[in-house]
Every structure is written in structure tokens, then in C-alpha cells.
Design a protein around this ligand. Structure first.
Ligand SMILES: Nc1ncnc2c1ncn2[C@@H]1O[C@H](COP(=O)(O)OP(=O)(O)O)[C@@H](O)[C@H]1O
Ligand SMILES: [Mg+2]
Length: 301
């Protein structure tokens, strides 16, 4: 393992020292309102991971923009809910394969001699769960859609859509929780971004599986408490990061206090350049799904 030790630079602390984390870090949540710098921070992390041949990347990008530059480096980028559901099914399948590999090898933890690290990037968790912005707002406000709509027909349609979305959300949420819970020992990590770090979006089951937090600017108490932990809004109130500090975030690793840092600013041109330079390191889905090949010592990383 020591031969494979690598560190990721997440940004700079406010005293200018680099903020480093040893890979493999755990599952990670990037939270913050729109414009707070989530995608930029996510891209800075992806840019470093992409350069390592022992990393396979999967992405969910329902906004069709954020992960687009990385298409050629990612094994698969899901652009619709149907594709995202397939992606989750594949990852759950890979988890099964990897469980067999690990048991077969008599090991407790993954190492790259068995296959690459797999990173599943989900940009905007709320959309992944299948809720529209309107529905999300309703859930957050805890209000009823019915009260807002006078027209009975529209009311009926919206109610039906909402309960459908809630069911889909529950299934996806349960899958994500299973994925997060079982994946850690199998070399699979989740990198999740959301502008809605709330109990309604990131359920407690999913939240419990997340080890590392990069909380950018948020404007609600609940967003702080779900991101950094219950009661943390007392010491780090909402708006602790100013409007004019995009890219700034509070970083929290397990059993440590949050520290304030700022992510690097990656331009689109730099991202495209890095993506092109690393495209040849892309892992084929077929390879990740073939345990016999993965288990072979002849695979070089
Ligand atoms: N680390 C940074 N340093 C300086 N400016 C940043 C940084 N991160 C983001 N920004 C600015 O903030 C804008 C929004 O960032 P973005 O990552 O798209 O936010 P989000 O994904 O949270 O909506 C960027 O276009 C950029 O101008
Ligand atoms: Mg974004």
C-alpha cells in the first residue's frame, strides 16, 4: 500500500499551506449554493484523479454540462435518469464481483493489484434522485404543493408526479446508501455534490456513509448541520463564507474540526487540456466487470 500512497491537493488553507488529503480518502460530499464553486472544486479533484492510471471514473451529469469535458477519460457518464440507474446497477454488480475477489484473496481491503480504484462522481444529488427544482423546493419548505394550486386537475397531476418522484427518490437513495456502505472496502469511492445539503435530499442513511466534507457557501442553518454535523451551525453559522469568496469552503475530515480553505481555480481550457492528456487512461466497463482479468497479476497499474 505504501508504494501506492498518493495525496490530493484540495486547495490552500487560509495561512497558504496546501490542504492535502491522502488517497484513498473516503466518500466525499461537496455542498454549497449555486455559484459557490462546487463544480470548480470537483473538477480540481477530478483533474488530479484523472492523471492516475489506477483510477476509473464514472459520472452522473444530468445537467449535461459539468462533466462533459471529461467524457473521454470517464468509463461512463450518465446523462439521463435511465442512464444513471444503469450506472448504479453496474456499480452494484461490480461491488458483487469485487466482494468475491476480496474473499477469494482472503483480504479485508482493496489494493490496486486487484483492480483500479473506482470513483463515482455525482454532480447535483437532488437531480440524481429524480426531483425537479420545484419539487425540491416543496420538500425543503416542508409545504404542500396542493395548497399552492387552485386548479384541481393540475393539483392531481402534480400530486401524482410528486409521489412518483418520492418513490423513485427512495429507491435511488436506498441504492446510493447500499453502494456507499458496501463500496468502501472494495476500492470504490463516491464524490457527491449538492446545492441542497438537507435531510430531505441527503437522507441520514446516505449522510452517515460520507467521511469527507467540503462545504462551500451555504445560506441555511440546516445546510451547515447536514454538511458539517448536527450543531455545527452554532460555531460556523450560514453565510460564514461571503458572497465574494467563490471556491472557499470548510473542509472536514473524520474526527477533526472543520478548517477553512480555498480551492484552485481551474479554467475550462485547463480542464479540456487535462482531459485530453489523460483520455488514454480510461478504463473500459468490460474490464471492470470481468473479475478474472482484474484478479490477474499481469494487469499493470
Ligand atoms: N477556487 C476559485 N477561485 C476563484 N473563483 C472561483 C473558484 N471557484 C469558483 N469560482 C468562481 O465562481 C464561479 C462559480 O463556480 P462553480 O464551480 O460553477 O459553482 P457551483 O458549481 O457551486 O455553481 C466560477 O465561474 C468562478 O468564476
Ligand atoms: Mg455546479
Amino acid at each position: 500500500m505504501s508504494a501506492q500512497a498518493r495525496s490530493l491537493i484540495l486547495g490552500r488553507r487560509f495561512d497558504q499551506r496546501p490542504l492535502k488529503v491522502e488517497w484513498p480518502m473516503g466518500h466525499t460530499l461537496i455542498s454549497g449554493i449555486t455559484g459557490s464553486g462546487k463544480s470548480t472544486t470537483m473538477n480540481a479533484i477530478i483533474a488530479q484523479l484523472a492523471a492516475w492510471s489506477c483510477i476509473a471514473l464514472f459520472g452522473v451529469d444530468l445537467k449535461l454540462t459539468e462533466l462533459a469535458p471529461w467524457n473521454r477519460r470517464f468509463t461512463y457518464v450518465a446523462r439521463s435518469h435511465a442512464e444513471a440507474d444503469s450506472l448504479v446497477a453496474w456499480v452494484l454488480q461490480i461491488i458483487d464481483y469485487r466482494q468475491d475477489i476480496l474473499v477469494g484473496a482472503g483480504l479485508r481491503d482493496w489494493h490496486t493489484g486487484l483492480g483500479p480504484w473506482i470513483v463515482v462522481v455525482i454532480d447535483e444529488a437532488a437531480e440524481f434522485f429524480g426531483l425537479s427544482t420545484h419539487e425540491v423546493n416543496q420538500l425543503i419548505a416542508g409545504g404542500s404543493v396542493d395548497e399552492l394550486l387552485a386548479d384541481p386537475e393540475t393539483k392531481k397531476q402534480i400530486s401524482a408526479r410528486l409521489s412518483e418522484a418520492k418513490t423513485a427518490k427512495e429507491i435511488r437513495s436506498a441504492n446510493l446508501e447500499t453502494m456507499a456502505r458496501t463500496a468502501r472496502a472494495l476500492g470504490i469511492r463516491i464524490l457527491l455534490a449538492t446545492q441542497y445539503p438537507t435531510a430531505a435530499i441527503i437522507g441520514t442513511q446516505v449522510r452517515a456513509q460520507i467521511d469527507y466534507i467540503l462545504m462551500h457557501r451555504v445560506d441555511r442553518t440546516e445546510h451547515v448541520d447536514v454538511s458539517l454535523g448536527e450543531g455545527m451551525s452554532k460555531t460556523i453559522p450560514p453565510d460564514s463564507i461571503a458572497h465574494d469568496e467563490p471556491g472557499a469552503f470548510y473542509y472536514k475530515a473524520p474526527s477533526t474540526r472543520p478548517v477553512k480553505a480555498k480551492g484552485p481555480l481551474f479554467t475550462d481550457a485547463q480542464i479540456f487540456e487535462r482531459a485530453a492528456a489523460t483520455a488514454h487512461l480510461r478504463w473500459d466497463l468490460a474490464h471492470l466487470q470481468a473479475p478474472a482479468e482484474l484478479a490477474g497479476a499481469e494487469v499493470a497499474y
